[in-house]
Design a binder for this molecule. Structure first.
Ligand code: AMP
Length: 220
């Protein structure tokens, strides 16, 4: 069963995806990660993407869809789509890509999270520049053992440049205006599951396991 996560910013899509990758062998496809990889190339496209992300706005559908389509074509096995679709046009495009690639077996999971908690999670989030592990300085269970240093690989921890209060507010309102209508789109297709994500990620993970149960096979 392939999974599409739809959620406000900092709802834990990345953390839950990591758990699903480790236990069930999913391939994690994050459009945010694809865009951040483009920024690292330091070319004209990367610079354009960086400006848009740092404002908290959505990158144009053409840019992101092209990147995503290439990745989806090369996937062999089950995947998690994290960060796409983010508007109705993208949902329609994804439907077309799925038809073209004969992908029918998927569920959309909406991680429902209150704005105040989402903001706290975003502002406290620090990410390892080496291995990509994520921590949170505002939540005891998610703090690194040594401030600013990754427990797993010892590299430096950094805030994402778009995890500022100002940018978070734009990202959240963009979510409400553009992304939340996508929920009705999948509800109408009979493909929507809703999870209360105002609890710790381990609990949300358990709910997903109970929900999908037999439809997910363990990693070999
Ligand atoms: P995320 O890592 O999912 O929080 O995404 C970070 C940023 O990348 C977003 O705030 C957007 O600027 C951009 N982005 C990610 N996915 C998409 C998408 N599907 N469409 C447009 N912009 C996106």
């Amino acid at each position: 069963m392939n999974i599409i996560f739809i959620a406000p910013p900092a709802a834990g899509k990345g953390t839950l995806s990591d758990k699903l990758v480790t236990k069930y062998g999913y391939k994690h496809l994050s459009t945010g990660d694809l865009l951040r990889a483009e920024i690292k190339k330091e070319n004209d496209l990367g610079k354009k993407i960086e400006e848009i992300i740092s404002r908290g706005e959505l990158v144009s559908d053409d840019i992101i869809t092209e990147l995503l389509k290439n990745e989806l074509k090369s996937i062999d096995g089950k995947f998690i789509l994290d960060g796409y679709p983010r508007n109705i046009a993208q949902a329609n495009t994804l439907n077309g890509i799925f038809s073209e690639l004969n992908i029918e077996n998927y569920v959309t999971i909406y991680l429902d999270l209150e704005e105040e908690l989402a903001m706290k999670r975003a502002l406290g989030r620090v990410i390892c520049g080496g291995c990509g592990a994520s921590y949170n300085t505002y939540f005891e269970n998610f703090m690194p053992k040594n401030e600013g240093i990754c427990d797993k690989c010892g590299s430096e921890l950094k805030h994402r440049s778009d995890d500022t209060e100002e940018t978070f507010k734009v990202r959240f309102s963009t979510y409400v205006e553009k992304t939340s209508p996508v929920l009705d789109y999948y509800k109408n297709l009979g493909k929507l599951e809703v999870i209360d994500a105002n609890v710790e990620s381990d609990e949300v993970f358990k709910i997903i396991e109970e929900m999908l149960g037999a439809q997910m096979t363990l990693k070999k």
